[in-house]
Design a binder for this molecule. Structure first.
Ligand code: NAP
Length: 334
């Protein structure tokens, strides 16, 4: 099969190659999927650049890519939930990345059935951003109907999903984006839109129960200025919290470095009485099935910025790397 691999850590254009690799064979608990579409995520670029070396070290060359949608080709002897021919979507784990390929073998527990009404391109756009949102808003912040949430970068891959998901949970959603995208995020359900090129969100009335920090840098610390006492800052880019250190099995030295990186955020959290969460997303087929139900009910619609052919991965990365994507960037194999 053809598969993209990173041959070293560096720029996509320099280190990513399309190779012929042996077809995967399913382990007892695994499903082999013929991939029809695979979505890009900023973490792919960070992985290839070597930014995650403290979290996971890959034996190079290594396949790349987290998100996929496709058809089950073969299943292992213990697999009962899926059969060849089933249409599925999936997020690979950090250890098993490799969806920028014609095929992949992954544990059955990572998969869910593709929402019937979606194309493979649409379904492939959902797993990583969907699981990130569920694991941030529900598993960490315990979001409840009636609460107020600020979602940064509402027009991005995570933001376009998170706005719709928060509305499905019954939250009041405020989001930031450029004025170019203000009307677009309103169509996704945002109640209040703050155009960052015209207004400063820090001067707007806040008192948010949850701030979903998808931007990092100064945005993480500033989140504590607009969250209410007893609320939560959920970050997917900010400095690591203690649970993050557990999640990546950090040794005592790395834990000390992580604490040093996060010390101002921890202080802000203590002073304001606002909880701080920073986590890495995990693969979860059951949560993915829950996302598929929301899609089937018409409460979440995939937002596709641009589709590239399989051979166009370098161009797709260049496009994602502009930081201006409006929804998801997806590779189509057909
Ligand atoms: N669990 C995890 O650890 C986890 C999981 C998923 C993602 N992430 C991280 O989360 C970040 C966001 O991911 P993504 O997929 O949503 O990225 P993305 O799709 O590349 O985000 C692009 C969007 O960001 C918006 N944006 C840029 N600067 C902004 C600003 N100052 N204020 C408001 N909006 C702004 C842009 O809107 P305009 O063009 O209008 O500026 C654009 O629509 C990435 O760093 C990613 O690695 C982490």
């Amino acid at each position: 099969m053809r598969a993209y691999v990173m041959t070293a850590y560096g720029n996509v254009q320099d280190v990513v190659r399309l190779l012929d690799l042996p077809d995967p064979v399913p382990g007892a608990d695994e499903v082999v999927c013929d991939i029809k579409a695979a979505a890009l995520n900023p973490i792919d670029q960070k992985t290839i650049a070597g930014d995650l070396k403290q979290v996971i070290r890959y034996d190079l060359p290594h396949t790349i890519g987290f998100d996929a949608s496709g058809t089950v080709r073969a299943v292992g002897s213990n697999v009962t939930a899926f059969r060849p021919g089933d249409e599925v979507f999936v997020r690979a784990s950090r250890e098993t990345i490799g969806t920028f390929a014609e095929r992949i073998a992954l544990p059955q527990s990572f998969f869910a059935r593709k929402p019937a009404a979606l194309t493979h391109v649409e379904a492939a756009s959902l797993p990583l951003v969907g699981l990130t949102t569920v694991q941030g808003l529900v598993d960490r912040a315990r979001a409840k109907a009636g609460q107020r949430i600020l979602i940064h970068a509402g027009s991005g891959g995570v933001g376009t999903f998170a706005i719709q998901y928060a509305k499905a949970l019954g939250l009041h959603v405020t989001t930031t984006t450029s004025s170019r995208n203000a009307e677009f995020v309103r169509t996704l359900g945002a109640d209040t839109v703050i155009a960052y090129d015209k207004e400063d969100y820090l001067t707007q009335p806040g008192d948010y129960d949850i701030v979903f920090d998808t931007l990092g840098g100064a945005f993480t610390l500033d989140a504590f200025k607009v969250a209410r006492r007893g609320g939560s800052v959920v970050s997917i880019v900010g400095p690591p919290d203690r649970q993050f250190a557990d999640q990546v099995g950090a040794n005592p030295l790395i834990r000390l470095v992580m604490w040093f990186m996060a010390r101002r955020v921890f202080a802000a959290s203590r002073e304001t009485g606002v909880a701080y969460y920073r986590f890495l997303t995990e693969s979860d087929g059951a949560q993915l099935a829950g996302i598929a139900r929301l899609v089937d009910e018409g409460r979440i619609k995939p937002v596709i910025d641009r589709v590239f052919p399989f051979e166009g991965l370098p161009a797709a990365f260049a496009h994602l790397g502009t930081g201006r994507a409006k929804g998801k960037v997806v590779l189509s194999m057909t």
